[in-house]
Design a protein around this ligand. Structure first.
Ligand code: ZN
Length: 192
């Protein structure tokens, strides 16, 4: 995450210091005194199932171009997380989805993200690559390219969805396995 250097309000220089009464250092504008808070960003997405198969997208953009992922991305202002997850499914896979429930909440402190991953179903069978995808496809569980996934949290979300697929009962959201932060995948041949 690149920190701001200049004040978005007045263009003044930002310095990192601890405002009175605060217990964190903050970016404070030298000129106008505004405090610019830095907080984690929300990523929303879904593991989308259709007829026992899983929707995956092969990334056309960095990072991890060429690797497979679930449709997910940054939540936009004015959206609910469910709306954001549905938008991402359409943007990346031209998929119309129905959200079933929250599958997992993952914390990725290293890059300042909290990820809300839903379980969803295709509402219509049509899919196709959006501009950020090289291709999209539905995979049977055994055919998932586990070694070519883009991010550790994609791996976690798919494993979790696989474990509960076909089971009855309420959907209980998962969290980081073992409470640990995800370890970045080593760069693959195409990501190198
Ligand atoms: Zn300022």
């Amino acid at each position: 995450m690149e920190a701001l250097r200049y004040c978005p309000a007045c263009g003044g220089r930002l310095v990192r210091r601890r405002p009175e009464g605060d217990d964190h250092d903050r970016l404070v504008c030298d000129a106008c005194g505004r405090i610019h808070y830095e907080n984690p960003k929300l990523v929303v997405g879904s593991v989308c199932l259709h007829g026992g198969r899983v929707l995956l997208c092969r990334r056309a953009i960095e990072p991890c171009r060429g690797r497979w992922t679930i449709p997910a991305g940054f939540l936009e202002l004015g959206e609910s997380p469910e709306e954001g997850a549905a938008r991402e499914a359409f943007e990346e896979a031209r998929a119309r989805i129905r959200i079933e429930g929250l599958l997992a909440v993952y914390s990725v402190r290293r890059i300042g993200q909290v990820q809300l991953i839903y379980l969803s179903r295709l509402a219509a069978p049509e899919i196709g690559p959006g501009p950020e995808s090289l291709e999209v496809a539905l995979f049977d569980w055994p055919a998932i390219p586990w070694d070519e996934l883009a991010f550790p949290t994609v791996h976690w979300a798919l494993r979790r969805a696989k474990a509960i697929d076909g089971r009855d009962g309420p959907l209980v959201p998962g969290t980081n396995p073992g409470g640990r932060d995800p370890t970045p995948f080593p760069p693959g041949p195409e990501a190198a």
